[in-house]
Design a protein around this ligand. Structure first.
Ligand SMILES: NC(=O)c1ccc[n+]([C@@H]2O[C@H](COP(=O)([O-])OP(=O)(O)OC[C@H]3O[C@@H](n4cnc5c(N)ncnc54)[C@H](O)[C@@H]3O)[C@@H](O)[C@H]2O)c1
Length: 264
């Protein structure tokens, strides 16, 4: 089916690496106008080249730290002046380092809260100021760590659970304005190669995330018996972004994790 995303104005945060990169390239294939907001301009520029080759109507890289509300406001203004009202916001930025809670420090907690939660608030609040007049869709990338209680992801999982709850409230508050808000929860989703990630990616030092042995064990425990790849997440995000496909869906949390979470 035609998702009718061609020509739409879409913001993807953290679109330079891994899952965000795949989402950006997914919107490119649909012919969208894309604003790629990422800390890493160099990696984002590479993704922009690929996106143009794949059929993006247009794409601009706006170097942005989503934890800084003023930078976010400038990024959203740039998106609006280049491509018109924002139709779709993808809150994709996230970050963690795997450690037991008792190995972490207050500085680490604050960093996890800022990147995973405050950044999402900054982008959602800024975009909604105008989106309540025009309608649109917001998809936030959470994690199955929000649903399962993952060891070594205590504060991160809590922030992702916060995203799930926040998005349900925002869905209820803004449905009357034609704004749909949904959440996608990936499971372990690893890049296909080093060219798919930039210097700020959590996956730069893969062994710091999971050893090969752990990855094999995780895959074996999943109903679908394989780890996620970034492109596995793209379809769900495009679907929920599409008014044509998902126009009657809001306030939902969808796991894309090979069956790791099954929430009825
Ligand atoms: N990969 C996984 O296994 C997995 C699993 C569950 C959930 N997730 C979630 O999916 C999303 C994407 O994960 P990923 O693995 O692709 O991440 P990643 O670390 O590979 O990439 C994150 C991107 O965000 C950018 N970024 C980081 N901090 C930023 C900031 N303050 N402002 C702007 N840009 C910033 C980085 O430069 C990078 O391009 C995150 O929200 C993550 O929590 C990932």
């Amino acid at each position: 089916m035609d998702l009718e995303l061609a020509g739409k104005s879409v913001i993807v945060t953290g679109g330079a690496s891994n899952i965000g990169r795949a989402i950006t390239l997914g919107f490119a294939r649909e012919g969208a106008n894309i604003t790629l907001a990422d800390l890493d301009a160099e990696q984002a520029d590479k993704v922009a080249v690929e996106a143009r080759q794949l059929g993006a109507a247009a794409i601009q890289v706006v170097p942005t730290d989503v934890t800084d509300i003023e930078q976010v406001q400038r990024m959203v203004t740039t998106a609006q002046s280049s491509y018109g009202d924002v139709d779709v916001l993808i809150n994709n930025v996230g970050w963690d380092q795997l450690m037991f809670f008792m190995q972490t420090s207050p500085d680490f907690w604050r960093k996890v809260v800022e990147i995973n939660f405050i950044g999402m608030l900054n982008c959602t609040h800024t975009v909604l100021e105008r989106m309540v007049k025009t309608g649109g869709a917001i998809v936030s990338i959470s994690s199955d760590a929000s649903r399962q209680g993952e060891p070594k992801e205590a504060v991160y999982g809590a922030m992702k659970a916060g995203i799930n709850s926040f998005m349900k409230t925002i869905a209820r508050e803004n449905g009357r304005y034609g704004v749909r808000c949904n959440v996608v929860c990936p499971g372990v989703t690893i890049p296909e190669g080093d060219d798919e990630i930039g210097v700020n990616s959590m996956w730069v030092d893969k062994d710091n995330m999971f050893t090969e042995e752990q990855l094999t064990r995780i895959a074996g425990g999943l109903p679908l018996k394989k780890l996620g790849r970034p492109r596995d997440v793209t379809g769900a995000v495009l679907f929920l972004s599409s008014q044509a496909a998902a126009g009657y869906i809001t306030g939902q949390v969808l796991s894309v994790s090979g069956g790791y979470s099954m929430i009825g």
